[in-house]
Design a protein around this ligand. Structure first.
Ligand SMILES: Cc1cc2nc3c(=O)[nH]c(=O)nc-3n(C[C@H](O)[C@H](O)[C@H](O)COP(=O)(O)O)c2cc1C
Length: 235
């Protein structure tokens, strides 16, 4: 598979088949992902993989705790800033609307929307769950490195015929995640990654999220004309 095919075919899968991921294949993907770049080659990712009984035990723990704390333990970091501004606010709500539309869930049907979102607890049915963690003593630049690592894993998964869904959702349960994984105090779980075989029959997997046009995100500079204030461009 070409890199461009892996990039184009990667999407967040929210319904997986009940089909195990071969343990050696998983090791192989994660072994290759160690080549992900990072500033200063710090390689700040620490990854915990749950499958089989370990995954079942983790889900059971959260299911039990959810009874007392239906909304989780409180996110350890803000998933989005308060008062998310435009154009991000609209993009976020559009992707949610498109996702529910793919399944025919109406805007007013809050119960159905919440029930669907609860699939996060189940890693969307994936047989393998990764937790990507970072050392708290590192800074924002190293969080970027985690993103590079995450995308590397997701693309290698595509090459191996697998699909994935990153899950910031799990920061809502960061205490239980850290406890279950027996993380040392300096490690913070950043996100989960559900990994497995996509269910081709589930309508949510037909979702293709929108992207801004190239000109909304990229400015090509060829000639340079300074404005009177000295600012070449407002972006
Ligand atoms: C770091 C990160 C965290 C995410 N967290 C969640 C999550 O908790 N639950 C979920 O369903 N999707 C999650 N997503 C998936 C995004 O919603 C998705 O990537 C985005 O809408 C673009 O769609 P696509 O991945 O299908 O291209 C996350 C994605 C990223 C990169």
């Amino acid at each position: 598979m070409k890199v461009s095919e892996a990039v184009a075919s990667r999407r967040s899968v929210r319904a997986f088949l009940d089909q195990a991921v071969d343990a050696q294949l998983l090791r192989d993907i994660l072994g290759k992902a160690q080549r992900a770049p990072s500033g200063g080659n710090l390689q700040p990712w620490v990854v915990h993989v749950l499958t089989d009984q370990a995954l079942a035990r983790f889900k059971a723990l959260i299911a039990e705790r959810k009874l007392d704390q239906p909304f989780g333990e409180g996110a350890e970091y803000p998933i989005y800033p308060d008062g998310l501004c435009e154009p991000y606010r609209s993009r976020r709500s559009q992707c949610g609307e498109d996702m529910y539309a793919s399944m025919g869930i109406a805007r007013e049907d809050k119960a159905a929307r919440l029930a669907f979102l609860a699939g996060n607890f189940d890693f969307w049915g994936a047989p393998a769950a990764l937790f990507i963690c970072i050392d708290r003593r590192l800074g924002t630049t190293q969080w970027v490195d985690l993103g590079l690592y995450l995308q590397t894993v997701m693309l290698l998964a595509r090459e191996a015929g697998l699909d994935s869904c990153a899950q910031e959702f799990w920061t809502l349960w960061h205490r239980s995640v850290a406890e279950f994984l027996q993380l040392p105090a300096h490690l913070m779980p950043f996100c989960g990654l559900a990994l497995g075989h996509a269910d081709p029959a589930h309508p949510v997997n037909s979702l293709r999220t929108e992207r801004a046009g190239l000109d909304e995100s990229v400015v090509f500079h060829t000639s340079y004309t300074a404005t009177p204030t000295g600012a070449a461009h407002e972006r």
